[in-house]
Design a protein around this ligand. Sequence first.
Ligand code: FNR
Length: 182
Amino acid sequence: MKILGISGSLRKASYNTHLLEAAREAIGSAATFATFDIGGIPHYHGDQDGEEKPPSVQKLKDDIASADGVVIATPEYNYSLPGVLKNAIDWASRPAFKSVLKDKPIIVLSASMSATGGARAQVHLRDILAGVLAPVFAAPDFLVPTAQNKFDDDGKLTDTPTQEMLQKRMDSYLEWVRRLSS
Ligand code: FNR
């Protein structure tokens, strides 16, 4: 199985990117795990969304198409998801209702320095993914609140309860993806 990870944060020391790395560890040898950096994706531009697309956009679409499932770890910006993540989804979402996101099993994670852990970003992201016909793993929101206390300076997830919860969540997510792809 192939799993693709996408972080909604572009910064190097992003807790969400660190959370994706923790998800990679939790997946272990159960699947291959690659990440896609959305930092190079241009603003959505309908005139560039023809047969030939910007190379980074084409790569995003190809990577999603060839993955059995997608893990998205998103920060919350002003009670929603970051614009860069929405923009990447907009590119990937075309043609409408027939895109590479259609029927792609997705799991949403979030980390935030606040006590709410990105819950409001997840609500918006789940709604957007419903609009592109991508099923989201049905489970209570996976939130990492006060993320600054849960990762070490090297970006490793050190909080044991969060690690254990992530392991269980990724195990059951992979089981779901496996069931859907068989
Ligand atoms: C934030 N942050 C934030 N946090 C939150 O829980 N709710 C929010 O509405 C916001 N709003 C917000 C807006 C903007 C523009 C920024 C830059 C930040 C804080 C944010 O969650 C925190 O900085 C995370 O650490 C960002 O995620 P990464 O970059 O660490 O993955």
